[in-house]
Design a protein around this ligand. Structure first.
Ligand SMILES: *[C@@H]1O[C@H](CO)[C@@H](O)[C@H](O)[C@H]1NC(C)=O
Ligand SMILES: *[C@@H]1O[C@H](CO)[C@@H](O)[C@H](O)[C@H]1NC(C)=O
Ligand SMILES: *[C@@H]1O[C@H](CO)[C@@H](O)[C@H](O)[C@H]1NC(C)=O
Ligand SMILES: *[C@@H]1O[C@H](CO)[C@@H](O)[C@H](O)[C@H]1NC(C)=O
Ligand SMILES: *[C@@H]1O[C@H](CO)[C@@H](O)[C@H](O)[C@H]1NC(C)=O
Length: 487
C-alpha cells in the first residue's frame, strides 16, 4: 500500500516537473543595453518548483552546459484572491539566458535531469548581418474551436521541416482569446501549442486588447512572454509598454497604446510617458542610421483600418496623432499592426490625409510617412471569420485569407514585405521599400555639374588671358622692333 502510494507520489512529482511551453525570446543583447550574456532566453513552465534539475546544452562557438536558471513562481490565485475572477492557478516559469555566440546558428538541448525535452537548431541573429528575415502575424488562438488557426500552425510546421530560418517572429497581439479564461487553461493550452514554433524561433510580442486579463494588468501575458523593458522604463505601472531592439539593419520598436485608444488615460499620463520614451528612443536610433537605416514600428493597434463600425478605425489617427507625428519626424519606414482580422496595406497617410510618396510598380520611395500594414490574419476562433471591408481612401490592398507577413531587409536600401497565404504558401501581396537617397544623389550630381562648369569657365578664362598676354607681348615686341628699326 505504502509502496503504491510512494510510486504514485514519485510519478506525480515527475509529471509536475515535466517542462511544457518551451519558448525563445531575444534578450537585452539586442537592445541599447547590449548585454552579451543575454542574447537568447529559453523559457518553459512546470507545475512544481523542481529545483536544480534542468540544464541546457549549447553548441555555438563552443560547447557548454548551463545549469543555472531563474525560476519565477506565478500565483494567479493570489493575484485574484477576493475578486470575482474565480481563478485558482499556479505555475513555475523557468528562464535560461544564453550568451551571444559568434556563430549565427546554434544548437540547444533542454534536459530534465538526463531526459531530453527539446533539441533544436536555431538562428541566432547577429547585430551585423546582411539580411534580416522576420515574420509578422497576430490575432490568433489555438483552441481548435473552428480551427481557424490550424492552417497557420501547419504552415509553421512545414517551415520547420524545411529548415527555413527566421530571425524572429513578431506577434501583433491578441492571443488565446483569452489567456486567463477557463481558469488560465486557455493560456496554458496556447503556450503549449505554439511551442511548436516558439521553441524554434524567438517570439517577440506586442500585447493586444484581448491580452489584458481580468484586471487588465496583463499579468499572465507579462510573466509568460518576455518583453525587453529597459530598467529605466520598468516602473510599477503596467501600461508602461515600450521596448525596442536591433537585428541587423533594422531597429524594431514595440509600443502598446491600449489605454490611449480605449480612452482610459484621462490625464494623458500614459500617453506623455510613452511619447517621451518614443522620442528618446527614436533620437538615439536616427543617430545610428548609417549602420541601422530601417525603423519598423509594431503594435496591436492600426492607425488606419476599414471596419468603420469600430471607433478605432474612425478615430485612431486622432488618438495616436502625436505618435504619428513622431513617425513622420523621424522617418519611420514601416508600421505593422493587428487588431482587424485581415491583411491590409495602406498608402502613406498622415492625419487622415494622403501625403507625398512615390511608387514605381510595387516599389515605394520618398515617402513622407510610413507605409502601414495590418497583419491580423493568424486565425482567431473569436469574432467573425477573416473578412474584407469597404475600401477607404487610404486602402491599397485587402485580403481575407489566413496569412503571415514576411519582412526581409535585403540591405541598406532595399526592404521587401510579402503577405503569404498560409493554406497555399503563396505570396498574395508584395511591396518593396526603397531608400533612394535621391536628394543626396541629385545634390551631388548638381554639385559635380556646377564644379565642372566652373572649372571649364576658369580654364577658358585662363586660356584667354594667356593668349591675350602672349599676343599683347608679341605685339609690343613687334612694336619695339619696328621702333628700333626706325631709330
Ligand atoms: C554537458 O553535460 C553532459 C551531462 O549532462 C556531459 O555529458 C557533457 O560532457 C557536458 N558537456 C560539456 C561541454 O561540458
Ligand atoms: C497562492 O495564493 C493563494 C491565495 O493567496 C494561497 O492560498 C496559496 O498558498 C499560494 N500558493 C503558494 C504555493 O504559495
Ligand atoms: C479541428 O481539428 C481537430 C484536429 O485536427 C479535429 O479533431 C476537429 O474535428 C476540428 N474541428 C472542426 C470544427 O473542424
Ligand atoms: C477622414 O477623411 C475622410 C475622407 O477621406 C472623411 O470622410 C472622414 O470624415 C475623415 N475622418 C474624420 C474623423 O475626420
Ligand atoms: C540591395 O538589394 C537589392 C535587392 O536584392 C539589390 O537589387 C541591390 O543591388 C542591393 N544593393 C546593394 C548595394 O547591394
Amino acid at each position: 500500500m505504502f509502496i503504491i502510494m510512494f510510486l504514485f507520489l514519485i510519478e506525480s512529482i515527475q509529471e509536475y516537473c515535466e517542462p511544457y511551453g518551451v519558448r525563445l525570446f531575444l534578450g537585452h543583447y539586442y537592445t541599447n543595453l547590449k548585454i552579451e550574456t543575454d542574447a537568447l532566453r529559453i523559457v518553459f513552465n512546470t507545475k512544481n518548483q523542481c529545483n536544480k534539475q534542468f540544464q541546457v546544452f549549447i553548441k555555438g562557438d563552443q560547447e557548454f552546459n548551463i545549469t543555472t536558471y531563474k525560476t519565477k513562481f506565478l500565483n494567479m490565485t493570489d493575484i485574484y484572491v477576493g475578486t470575482k475572477a474565480n481563478i485558482e492557478y499556479e505555475t513555475y516559469i523557468h528562464t535560461f539566458q544564453i550568451p551571444i555566440q559568434q556563430t549565427s546558428r546554434i544548437l540547444y538541448a533542454l534536459k530534465n535531469n538526463d531526459k531530453l525535452i527539446k533539441e533544436a537548431q536555431v538562428k541566432l541573429p547577429q547585430l551585423q548581418q546582411d539580411t534580416t528575415k522576420v515574420l509578422f502575424f497576430g490575432d490568433m488562438d489555438s483552441r481548435w474551436l473552428f480551427n481557424r488557426s490550424k492552417q497557420t500552425f501547419d504552415w509553421f510546421e512545414e517551415q520547420i521541416n524545411q529548415n527555413i530560418e527566421y530571425d524572429s517572429l513578431l506577434f501583433t497581439g491578441d492571443m488565446a482569446y483569452d489567456l486567463e479564461s477557463d481558469n488560465c487553461e486557455r493560456g496554458e493550452l496556447w503556450i503549449s501549442r505554439i511551442s511548436l514554433f516558439t521553441s524554434q524561433y524567438p517570439f517577440m510580442i506586442s500585447p493586444g486588447n484581448h491580452d489584458g486579463g481580468f484586471d487588465y494588468k496583463q499579468t499572465f501575458l507579462r510573466e509568460h512572454f518576455q518583453m525587453l523593458y529597459l530598467t529605466e522604463y520598468d516602473t510599477q505601472n503596467y501600461q508602461n509598454d515600450f521596448y525596442s531592439f536591433n537585428i541587423g539593419m533594422v531597429h524594431f520598436i514595440q509600443y502598446d497604446p491600449v489605454m490611449i485608444v480605449y480612452k482610459a488615460d484621462p490625464n494623458n499620463y500614459i500617453k506623455n510617458r510613452l511619447l517621451s520614451q518614443f522620442r528618446n528612443d527614436l533620437s538615439k536610433a536616427v543617430q545610428n542610421r548609417e549602420e541601422v537605416p530601417w525603423i519598423v514600428v509594431f503594435t496591436h493597434y492600426p492607425i488606419y483600418c476599414n471596419f468603420m463600425d469600430d471607433d478605432q478605425c474612425v478615430n485612431n489617427f486622432k488618438y495616436l496623432a502625436e505618435f504619428e507625428k513622431l513617425f513622420q519626424e523621424f522617418h519611420v519606414d514601416l508600421y505593422v499592426s493587428g487588431h482587424q482580422h485581415n491583411y491590409q496595406r495602406n498608402q502613406p497617410y498622415y492625419q487622415n490625409h494622403s501625403v507625398s510618396y512615390q511608387i514605381d510598380g510595387n516599389i515605394y520611395y520618398n515617402y513622407e510617412s510610413p507605409i502601414t500594414i495590418i497583419e491580423g490574419a493568424g486565425g482567431a476562433d473569436y469574432g467573425p471569420e477573416i473578412m474584407i471591408y469597404n475600401d477607404q481612401p487610404y486602402t491599397a490592398k485587402q485580403l481575407a485569407q489566413n496569412g503571415v507577413g514576411l519582412l526581409q531587409v535585403m540591405n541598406k536600401t532595399h526592404l521587401q514585405f510579402q503577405h503569404i497565404r498560409v493554406s497555399t504558401n503563396q505570396v498574395m501581396d508584395e511591396i518593396w521599400i526603397m531608400k533612394t537617397y535621391d536628394k543626396e544623389k541629385d545634390n551631388s550630381f548638381e554639385y559635380w555639374i556646377i564644379t565642372i562648369i566652373i572649372c571649364a569657365i576658369v580654364i577658358v578664362l585662363a586660356l584667354f588671358i594667356f593668349i591675350f598676354v602672349k599676343y599683347k607681348g608679341r605685339k609690343s615686341k613687334t612694336y619695339q622692333k619696328a621702333m628700333d628699326n626706325l631709330v
